[in-house]
Design a protein around this ligand. Structure first.
Ligand code: CA
Length: 367
């Protein structure tokens, strides 16, 4: 039977160990991203979710959930002082309690909570406590730039250091059929929000969604530990989240979704995976640029990601190349694209050498 919730945590492709921890204990869900290295982060994130689980309120009450997060903070500090883990270890914690369509949220750090609405719109319901998020709020950095900024992983609030730390809390009302996503930055650093929306929106159920997101983050590089928790939200689950009424209703809908999404989703995700491997070179504001992906749109979504900007002037290239560059020249992969850039750069330099230096006739006369 299709379950209405799923959680998955994965080491990724670069880090030696997984310092994230997740909690899937309906109606309570959480993601913690441990910091501190040398396995201390792993200790911190585990203590955080365990304490949260023990201290969580019975109802979806944001303030009470915030107090449970503070208790988790105290437990991490205490553990460091008593020699479990290390001094300086810390963790993020994003905790959600679900009651039908009502969500209580308490969080610290840059592990995010999102709602994916039925129309495909992904809404972020947490605000990162990070240096780059502050810069985006101040308008000195764009959202896209923040994903590549060297200080993107510097967080401004975490569990484990300040005994007076408080959590941001919120109450959110979801729509019928929304999907809740909680994730660590190992997902959001690898995938932009529209990519997350597409991958999650294409998945037939929570389990498949979790798997597809982790796979997509790894396909995009897997630079960090990746954690995702997904909950299918339904008012039918409000009365008694664990009993048959809600689940039966869900099962009927699940069967339908499986049928419909099997085709659409398979196509969309297939296209996504295909695009991720490909690349193209294109004219952009008179210069040649390299993108990962494919030119144009697929089902209203752009499947392209900037790979390299250049200063190569398009008008220095042969006319036929210029024409092709306007539409975008597809290549097998980014490496092939880079090789093409080298070739264009040489052509452009060659053209500028032969075109200049046209000597000023007046200059000659004065000699
Ligand atoms: Ca992380």
């Amino acid at each position: 039977m299709t379950k209405a919730h799923a959680g998955l945590t994965n080491t990724g492709r670069i880090r030696p160990i997984n310092e994230d921890a997740i909690l899937v204990a309906p109606p309570l869900y959480a993601v913690a991203d441990g910091l501190g290295g040398h396995q201390a982060g792993e200790v911190a994130s585990r203590i955080a979710v365990e304490t949260l689980h023990r201290q969580a309120p019975r109802r979806a009450d944001p303030k009470a959930l915030g107090r449970a997060v503070r208790a988790a903070n105290a437990a991490v500090i205490e553990a460091a002082e008593s020699g479990r883990g290390r001094a300086g270890m810390g963790t993020t914690l994003t905790a959600v309690m679900v009651e039908g369509l009502r969500i209580a949220l308490a969080h610290v750090g840059d592990s995010r909570a999102y709602l994916l609405h039925g129309d495909g719109v992904l809404e972020r319901i947490s605000q990162d406590h990070s240096m780059v998020a502050d810069m985006v709020r101040q308008g000195t950095l764009s959202e896209e730039e923040s994903r590549y900024h060297p200080n993107r992983s510097v967080i401004t609030r975490a569990l484990g250091s300040d005994p007076n730390m408080h959590a941001d809390v919120a109450e959110v009302t979801a729509d019928e059929g929304d999907r809740l996503l909680i994730c660590s930055d190992g997902l959001t650093a690898m995938l932009a929000d529209d990519e997350i929306a597409m991958v999650l929106g294409s998945a037939p159920d929570a389990d498949a969604g979790a798997r597809a997101l982790v796979d997509a983050a790894n396909a995009a590089g897997g630079h960090d530990n990746i954690s995702v928790v997904i909950v299918e939200l339904s008012s039918a689950a409000a009365a008694d989240p664990a009993r048959a009424g809600g689940l039966r209703r869900w099962a009927a809908r699940g069967a339908f979704v499986l049928l419909a999404a099997g085709i659409v989703a398979g196509g969309a995700y297939g296209a996504y995976r295909y695009a991720r491997e490909r690349a193209y070179v294109v004219a952009e504001e008179g210069r040649v640029a390299l993108y990962r992906g494919v030119p144009g749109e697929f089902a209203g979504v752009r499947l392209s990601w900037p790979a390299e900007e250049t200063t190569i002037p398009v008008d220095a290239l042969p006319a036929v190349t210029q024409t092709r560059l306007v539409r975008g020249i597809r290549v097998e992969d980014v490496e092939t694209g880079r090789a093409l850039l080298v070739q264009y750069r040489e052509q452009a330099e060659e053209a500028s050498r032969t075109a200049s230096p046209v000597r000023d006739p007046g200059e000659r006369r004065t000699r």
